[in-house]
Design a protein around this ligand. Structure first.
Ligand code: UDP
Length: 469
């Protein structure tokens, strides 16, 4: 039997590296020779996933390429909050990876490149060496279909606030222009150029590999394949390859909270009584918004785990932390939370999320209902999937796409009411029932014979056939 050598090139941001590391483990578990190519400062991200594969026929190998142009940027930006001027420099620096990556491909002659969307030039390298370039863009089918529909047909309204129906989608999805990405002005010129190159590279790619599962968004899997006309394979949720507590504890970064403290706190709470609040790795929460969230959480009749950035505690109301901890009502994690471990815990019933795709999928895999609070990127599309299509969450309400990736302006009463709806016994319980059904389906999808397992088989067969010619 032919063994294919697949090379993965992840973009250096947690929301891209974490799922790609999981995907590499999945590939290795199915006998593919798998190499992750990355930069010196990101290499440690892959140590744990690689350890998981040491006993496999082909353990994952790591190949590090030089990133001198970006090294100071990476060190200066450890927390990955993306200021816009930083984004420009980073995107410019990234193009310097093209040459060493091409040299690597020339030397090792792999059979397939799985490339993040932010490296559009991998399409030319793949063409030069006559191997398939598979795109990984870090989102699900629904967001891809919505994005493409708006790209082709445009919003059909002139006002920023008038809702329009996204054309030709299987469901009636309403958005406003102020919820769509708006990269205007000089500061976004470079980023916009990369996005346009990424769209061109997508069309020229051999196929797309997607971290999702068929049962989550069947109409959109079909739409993407039949209407958008992409060859696509769904292989997720890839986070489900983290089965043990140890694996769940260290995804991306070492957790800032001790495992025992976290689990003991969760175990002391009744089933489904805790809401988990996190805005992912890039979104910034303003001080005034921090204050409103704290006031809402304190007033709510539920327990909570709230992940805040290290320097944000000063934005909380006086004595807030001591009060909620003394009552056992709230656990505040400063820094990095073991998100998958928390969402999988039976005491957690809800999730206030910025709707990053990984968070949405991890929420689905944990069977929790969500307060969808999108901020930037494709998060408004993901939010619509959660609220309008899957009906496993409620919208935080009237929020706008933020060019500065900033979460701001939502009053405590609005947050309190959304949390109460999601955690409540009527509407909330219906959402949780649907969410738990999806959790079951997610687990079945990745097992032998499941939809994601079978699609990964199809992917492997496809690249093997390509190789044999
Ligand atoms: N994450 C985590 N702990 C944290 C913050 C984030 O484990 O404290 C993980 C989370 O589980 C997810 C990823 O980081 O896998 C964030 O990706 P997502 O697409 O949700 O959001 P982004 O940060 O890219 O906006």
């Amino acid at each position: 039997m032919i063994t294919c050598h697949v090379v993965l090139l992840p973009f250096m941001a947690y929301g891209h590296m974490i799922p790609m590391a999981d995907m590499a483990v999945l590939f290795a578990s199915r006998g593919l020779q798998t190499t992750i190519v990355t930069t010196p400062s990101s290499a440690h991200q892959f140590t744990k996933p690689i350890q998981k594969t040491v006993d496999y026929t082909h353990p994952i190998t790591l190949h590090i390429i030089d990133f001198k142009a970006g090294s100071s940027l990476v060190t200066d930006n450890k927390d990955q909050t993306v200021a816009n001027e930083y984004l420009t420099k980073f995107m410019e620096a990234i193009s310097t990876l093209q040459e060493p990556f091409e040299q690597f491909i020339e030397q090792y002659q792999p059979d397939c490149i799985v490339s993040d969307m932010f490296f559009p030039w991998t399409v030319d390298i793949a063409a030069k060496f006559n191997i398939p370039r598979i795109l990984f863009n870090g989102t699900g089918f629904f967001a891809q279909c919505a994005f493409e529909a708006i790209r082709v047909y445009g919003p059909t309204v002139s006002s920023d606030t008038e809702p329009f129906v996204v054309p030709h989608l299987p469901h009636e999805i309403k958005l406003t222009k102020k919820q769509l990405p708006q990269f205007e002005g000089e500061e976004f010129k470079v980023f916009l150029k990369v996005l346009m190159q990424a769209a061109e590279a997508e069309a020229k790619s051999y196929g797309v590999i997607i971290n999702s599962f068929y049962e989550l968004e069947p109409e959109y899997v079909r739409h993407y394949r039949e209407v958008v006309k992409r060859k696509a394979w769904h292989v997720g949720p890839v986070s489900l390859c983290s089965k043990s507590t140890e694996d769940k504890l260290e995804r991306g970064k070492k957790s800032s909270i001790d495992e025992d403290v976290c689990l003991k706190w969760l175990e002391s709470k009744p089933h489904g009584s805790v809401i988990y609040v996190s805005f992912g790795t890039i979104v910034k929460v303003t001080s005034s918004q921090m204050y409103e969230i704290a006031m809402a959480l304190e007033a709510c009749d539920v327990n909570f785990v709230w992940v805040v950035k290290n320097d944000q505690e000063t934005s909380m109301p006086e004595g807030f932390e001591a009060r909620v901890e003394a009552k056992g009502k709230g656990l505040i994690i400063k820094g990095w939370a073991p998100q998958v471990l928390i969402l999988d815990h039976e005491s957690v019933g809800g999730f206030v999320t910025h709707c990053g795709w990984n968070s949405v999928l991890e929420g689905v895999s944990g069977g929790v209902a969500m307060v969808a609070w999108p901020v930037m990127a494709e998060q408004f599309y993901n939010a619509k999937l959660v609220t309008d299509v899957l009906q496993i969450g409620v919208s935080i309400g009237d929020v706008e796409w933020s060019a500065a990736s900033t979460c701001d302006g939502v009053k405590r009463e609005v947050i309190e009411s959304a949390v109460a709806r999601v955690m409540g016994v009527e509407e909330g319980e219906d959402m949780r029932i649907r969410a738990r059904e999806l959790k079951e389906k997610a687990n079945t999808a990745i097992e032998k014979g499941g939809s994601s397992y079978s699609d990964l088989t199809a992917f492997i067969e496809n690249i093997t056939t390509f190789k044999s010619g």
